[in-house]
Design a protein around this ligand. Structure first.
Ligand code: ATP
Length: 233
């Protein structure tokens, strides 16, 4: 069974066709990249997978659970790192993560919370208020929040957009480790080198359609010297 099965998904915003018949099958244990220029439809697709947005037609299943009709079960299996930084500013980092783990019925002293903070270099900030954190630190908390319930499928929407090299390395290392441990990872990115360093397979979206789907190495070979490079810019 696929980790994420996307069948002919369409989504329009008024006259704009943001997704125009997307079908993809992402296997368990894959590190899958979604590439594409601004406006290609990556975030729209992620939000539909996460159950935060409804497709006009087509279906998405996570480990066989439909994200609309079986939302609760599908959502438990997913950890989603969105693009926007939305937090309660008066909570500390630890409180933010404990609250998130509470949503999933986990104990708030689960040692995994400390482990996640450790791997994301957040331990020193555990008792800091969210409002006092830098943008990069908030982004680490956003990633930690998605992981507290140990979801088998982790979806990250441009987690390294606008972050410094150190944080990019920290995130890459931790996400790669989770993938080696068996988690399925789906990552959207504008950076070809990021896809090259991390992903086994990539889909390139353009104007709401999959225009290329291949192993990362094969796609990069095709890109060299072709107009696909322009599509990524
Ligand atoms: P980026 O790389 O810039 O984040 P993206 O590939 O994630 O882009 P989306 O954010 O999914 O692309 O947007 C796809 C298209 O849908 C764009 O033309 C965008 O303007 C439009 N769009 C997205 N959300 C909405 C919305 N809520 N209302 C109207 N149009 C929207």
């Amino acid at each position: 069974m696929a980790a994420i099965q996307i069948n002919n998904v369409e989504k329009s915003y008024r006259a704009l066709k943001a997704l125009n018949g997307i079908s993809l099958s992402i296997e368990e244990g894959e590190f899958f990249g979604l590439l594409g220029p601004n406006g290609a439809g990556k975030t729209t697709l992620i939000s539909i997978i996460a159950g935060l947005n409804r497709a006009d037609s087509g279906t998405v299943e996570v480990h066989g659970h439909d994200v609309v009709s079986d939302y609760r079960q599908a959502r438990k299996l997913l950890g989603v790192v969105p693009q926007e930084l939305v937090f309660d500013p008066f909570f500390t980092v630890r409180e933010t993560l404990r609250m998130q783990s509470g949503y999933y019925g986990l104990k708030n002293n689960d040692p995994w919370i400390d482990e996640v903070m450790h791997h994301l270099d957040l331990t020193g900030k555990a008792d800091a208020n969210m409002r006092a954190l830098s943008g990069g630190m908030k982004r680490r908390v956003l990633v930690a929040q998605a992981l507290v319930h140990k979801p088998p499928v982790i979806v990250l929407d441009e987690p390294t957009a606008g972050v410094d090299v150190e944080l990019r390395q920290t995130l890459w290392k931790f996400i790669s480790r989770l993938n080696r441990e068996g988690h399925t990872i789906v990552l959207t990115t504008h950076y070809l080198e990021e896809a090259q360093a991390l992903c086994n397979r990539v889909a390139m979206l353009k104007a709401g359609q999959v225009v290329a789907l291949d192993s990362t190495s094969a796609l990069i070979k095709r890109i060299s010297g072709s107009q696909l490079v322009v599509q990524l810019a």
